[in-house]
Design a protein around this ligand. Structure first.
Ligand code: HEM
Ligand SMILES: *[C@@H]1O[C@H](CO)[C@@H](O)[C@H](O)[C@H]1NC(C)=O
Ligand SMILES: *[C@@H]1O[C@H](CO)[C@@H](O)[C@H](O)[C@H]1NC(C)=O
Ligand SMILES: *[C@@H]1O[C@H](CO)[C@@H](O)[C@H](O)[C@H]1NC(C)=O
Ligand SMILES: *[C@@H]1O[C@H](CO)[C@@H](O)[C@H](O)[C@H]1NC(C)=O
Ligand SMILES: CC(=O)N[C@H]1CO[C@H](CO)[C@@H](O)[C@@H]1O
Length: 325
């Protein structure tokens, strides 16, 4: 298809440009020589690997955590701060997991070199390691982020799962991410789960019609109705975002293949195949083999949103609280 070839060429050009420019004040190997004889990224990888062996669902947990951190006030670890009205208390946080993994990595790093490694870098590095463990490709990351001191639930303004594609494109554009990058990042939904609450309207009363969403595969509608009865009795049941059970925990292009079969779970997922701005990107990714590479490129870019560097912010002692003065 011509349009997908064009997209591929354009993206190759974008990537070339990205790899030859620097990421603001972030640096490749920022922590080299800054932590005694310890290798900072190896310490983080050790913690993530041990966790992954016990619980492979940490791949999904960390991916979602990086998205929620970077999209709200930049990649500054503001999502980690505890407090009565901090970001993690906002409704969209619902079920963000993995805080304890960051705590464990932070504890190991504070032992090796106190006050050196930011919580913001731990989030992106741990997510990178999780992606590789989850079947994706390993990628290099520029580091040197510093931690923010502000975390307000009122700042949380993430796109809704029932947003239109145009609204989602706009939300990503405000973070410096283009349409192709948005569709690649939504590929993060190739792992992890959602809860019945997010699909009830698609099953029982789509857009006020009292019927299921006609853009959902009817067999899937039936299966999900069993899992999520209309009376809400299974409010806590989870549904794999990637309906191919053999790759539901794998970072691969299966998400796009499922969308082509009308098996998208969230409304925004399926809408990607219905909007002329995004549908060619979905079929390009469903048919192609370059998802792991392009996903990594988009993750690195998401990791640079509004970062604090140099003397901005601070290096937190505990990822859950700003330093006392
Ligand atoms: C328009 C953008 C997006 C919307 C509306 C959206 C919405 C959602 C919703 C509603 C859930 C289910 C939450 C729950 O049931 O508890 C979810 C889960 C998830 N999202 Fe997204 N998301 C978006 C973009 C992203 C991006 C960019 C990533 C990462 C690259 C991502 C990664 C994940 C993952 C991995 C899960 C599963 C979490 C788990 O199993 O614990 N999402 N998303
Ligand atoms: C929902 O319904 C309104 C009017 O009833 C219609 O204009 C709109 O296109 C519908 N949206 C979807 C996603 O079907
Ligand atoms: C969902 O889980 C919560 C806490 O684990 C529990 O209190 C609640 O009863 C559960 N709801 C349903 C409908 O099972
Ligand atoms: C499901 O996943 C398996 C393992 O990754 C893959 O071989 C198979 O082609 C996938 N099937 C579909 C329909 O995507
Ligand atoms: C992807 O493959 C399907 C069927 O194999 C085909 O109908 C479609 O045109 C292909 N799309 C692209 C963008 O190559
Ligand atoms: C971990 C955490 O703080 N979760 C909160 C997410 O938001 C909901 C709803 O606002 C709170 O009830 C949770 O405590």
């Amino acid at each position: 298809m011509k349009s997908s070839m064009l997209a591929a060429i354009l993206l190759a050009l974008i990537m070339l440009k990205l790899s030859t420019t620097c990421h603001g004040a972030l640096q490749w190997g920022f922590y080299k020589g800054k932590c005694g004889r310890s290798d900072v990224e190896a310490i983080i990888r050790g913690v993530v690997t041990a966790r992954f062996r016990r619980d492979p669902t940490i791949v999904a947990a960390l991916l979602r955590m990086q998205f929620h951190d970077c999209f709200v006030n930049g990649c500054d670890a503001s999502i980690l701060l505890d407090g009565r009205s901090s970001e993690k208390t906002a409704p969209p946080n619902l079920s963000v997991r993995g805080y304890d993994i960051v705590d464990e990595a932070k504890a190991a790093l504070e032992k090796a070199c106190p006050g050196v490694v930011s919580c913001a870098d731990i989030i992106v590095a741990a997510t990178r390691d999780a992606v590789a463990l989850g079947g994706g490709l390993r990628y290099e990351l520029p580091t040197g982020r510093r931690d923010g001191k502000v975390s307000l639930a009122g700042n949380v303004n993430l796109p809704s799962p029932s947003a239109t594609v145009a609204q989602a494109i706009d939300a990503f554009k405000r973070k410096g991410l283009g349409t192709v990058e948005m569709v690649l990042l939504l590929g993060g939904h190739t792992v992890g789960v959602t809860h019945c609450a997010f699909v009830m309207n698609r099953l029982y009363n789509f857009n006020g019609t009292n019927k299921a969403d006609p853009t959902m595969n009817p067999a899937l509608v039936m299966a999900l109705k069993l899992r999520c009865p209309a009376n809400g009795a299974s409010g806590n049941s989870t549904i794999n975002l990637d309906q191919n059970w053999s790759s539901a925990n794998k970072v691969d292009n299966s998400y796009y293949k499922q969308l082509m079969m009308k098996k998208g779970i969230l409304e925004i997922d399926q809408k990607l195949t219905l909007d002329s701005a995004t549908k060619y990107i979905v079929s390009w990714q469903a048919n192609g083999s370059n998802f792991p590479t392009l996903f990594n490129y988009a993750m690195v870019k998401m990791g640079t949103i509004q970062v604090l560097t140099g003397t901005q912010g601070e290096i937190r002692k505990s990822c859950r609280a700003i330093n006392k003065r």
